[in-house]
Design a protein around this ligand. Sequence first.
Ligand code: ASP
Length: 349
Amino acid sequence: MCNINPHKVCNIWYIFESNTQCGYERQQRPGRGGLRLSSGPHDRKTIAMEIFEAAPPGGGPSLALHGGAGGRVEELTVAPYAEGLLAAYRAGWQVLASGGHALDAVCASVEVLENDPQFNAGRGAALTATGCAELDASVMTGAGLAGAVAASKYARNPVRLARAVMEHTEHVLIVDPDVEFLERYGLEVVERGYFITEARQQQLDRVIDGRAVAARHGTVGAVARDDAGRVAAATSTGGMAGQADGRVGDSPIVGAGVYARDNVAAISCTGHGEAFMRGVVAYDVAARIRYAGAGLAEAVRETFEQELAQRGSTGGLVAVGGDGRIVVAHNSPAMFSARGTGPEPALTT
Ligand code: ASP
């Protein structure tokens, strides 16, 4: 039985019994409508864009990952984040170095980040307004196959689930699949509490108190081009801290938070999802290359300017071109990334 406290004016607050369904035990949370996503079209944290470009490797593979845009710089520069990114890069690189498919590489990297509670994906994901983890993920190959899941609650690795949607169903996006669906495809099932960490509960408290606007998003993602020239992208997230239950951002939306097309580019995004959806950001980058003949970095710059900066929105992306060129870009205060064309990546914030 819920009682409404009428004295909180910024949100409607509900006092409710501990929510055992999603495995957390807090007494006070805002209602299901969530908190206003204040990094919306009028985000004041937009900064000058930072962009890194690495030349094509001369035929060999390329790999780039992001650990999310929107974290606080001081968080992102601490060693454990770098170690997490490094482990994820190595998992992906191992696939590419042994001649594996770009899809296997991006999934291997993202899985490592989903298992690392520091990142906003899988275990340690950002929590909804009622303190639950609702996970979104997507994969896409340059050959045009795609799979995604939204509001996933039981798959230990949402990126695997997205891949299963791509490989085993006739659909592209499935919302809130049940345990039976996961078991049918041999995916590991976990209790909802598995995803919830103390750090994310504290983050949610800060968001509710209005003390953590800039750190509300995160997301992880990877792009790769393999030895055979195939590209792929994967994105995985818990969404934005304090989001309404049921809210879905750009990460599982093909063309918004993920896109891949052989001989053009593979792109994985992070940032304020509503802006990335309105700007169809991942596809916009690819379209500039495909139809307007833009270079990868030029396409990324123009998309950021026209689809994000002009709307006052923040975020970042990693992209790999059809020639293996890598671009890492963000206009948020920070974005942690790893990129490379060999076993040791360059790490950037
Ligand atoms: N793009 C994600 C979303 O809006 C959040 C993020 O990238 O941090 O759900």
